[in-house]
Design a protein around this ligand. Structure first.
Ligand code: HEM
Length: 314
């Protein structure tokens, strides 16, 4: 089956990320069917030149509220709290997530309004975040973001569920975290100090030369986890955000198993590395605070007359 759009597509210039609460279970199948019909038969075609993508995922509480815990993909779980987080994951986890991306702000707005309209009254918006793209692949810290991502076909085994869970094959898991960055503190560092934090050169994202001169607490080193089975990888596809009072990253990553994300984040947040060395925490953690987040299962596109989420009501 085909994975949903908005996972492997090159990131667009605008994004709206919305989480929803289930309000009326009896209306949910009809509204989800209507949403999928409009997305697949109209929105993706009409706005193809703006690279519009609408991506839908389901959180663990939804399976529980619908009495369908048995339909949950085995690897779907609750997001744990990490040291330094400023939120309660149980309080910000949504029942549903919708990611709407496109290259035009107005088109994204029209589409996300349609999505909200289609989902009501079954689902009500809980959290609503607006993100933007990364010109030159640079986020609000001014560094290139995405260099260390897997590329091309190497992304498939990182992102899509396979033989380990045939019932959910070609689905994926989405990690969503709103990360507020302390830009005032960041901008007090000169470029050399910033490079020590990230572990790459600001001008071109090149690694340090020689590589051994990379600080062990740099983000590059702490987010690299080698295991006997190979490097643990995730596909980051985040969108920065910024306004008068706050700025940061709507951190989005895609994995076939949430353990991939948790292994990397665990090494970043802890002093100790997976290999037993103890360099200290990831230096980047001093400059950000996560303020909301959740985990979602993102099924593959349905076939025939199915719809996204139909497996919840069988
Ligand atoms: C404010 C939050 C964050 C910012 C601004 C940020 C920014 C960056 C930057 C600039 C790089 C270097 C270029 C690149 O390889 O993409 C990077 C690398 C990376 N980041 Fe983050 N990051 C953040 C949070 C996270 C989190 C929460 C994770 C995972 C749990 C993560 C995982 C990674 C990984 C796996 C790499 C690749 C390392 C490499 O091979 O160079 N990052 N990030």
């Amino acid at each position: 089956m085909a994975h949903q759009r908005g996972i492997l597509d090159p990131p667009q210039q605008h994004a709206v990320l919305m989480t929803f609460d289930l309000e009326d279970a009896s209306a949910a199948p009809g509204r989800l069917r209507f949403l999928w019909e409009d997305v697949s038969e109209r929105l993706h075609d009409w706005y193809a030149s703006y690279r519009l993508t609408v991506t839908v995922g389901f959180g663990l509480p939804l399976f529980e509220k619908l009495g369908r815990a048995a339909a949950r993909p085995p690897a779907l779980k609750a997001m744990p709290g990490w040291e330094g987080d400023d939120f309660d994951p149980a309080a910000t986890q949504g029942d549903l997530v919708v990611q709407v991306c496109g290259d035009d702000r107005a088109i994204v707005h029209h589409a996300e309004r349609d999505v909200r309209h289609h989902l009501a009254p079954a689902f009500a918006v809980r959290d609503y975040e607006v993100g933007f793209g990364m010109p030159g692949s640079r986020g609000v810290l001014g560094f290139v973001d995405g260099t260390g991502n897997p590329h091309d076909d190497a992304r498939i085994p990182v992102v899509l569920i396979g033989d380990e869970d045939p019932a959910h094959r070609d689905g994926s898991y989405m990690v969503l975290r709103k990360i507020r960055e302390d830009l005032a503190a960041w901008e007090r560092l000169d470029t050399g100090r910033q490079e020590q934090v990230i572990g790459r050169r600001k001008a071109d994202s090149a690694p340090f030369d020689p590589p051994e001169s990379t600080p062990p607490t740099s983000h590059k080193e702490k987010s690299t986890v080698g295991t006997p089975g190979g490097e643990v990888e995730i596909l980051r596809r985040s969108f920065p955000f910024g306004g008068r009072d706050e700025a940061g990253l709507l951190f989005v990553c895609w994995v076939r198993d949430l353990a991939q994300y948790e292994t990397i984040k665990g090494q970043m947040a802890g002093a100790r590395n997976v290999d037993g060395t103890e360099p200290g925490k990831d230096a980047i953690e001093q400059f950000y605070t996560a303020v909301s987040g959740g985990y979602y299962y993102v099924p593959p596109e349905p076939e025939g007359d199915g719809y996204l989420g139909d497996f919840l009501f069988e």
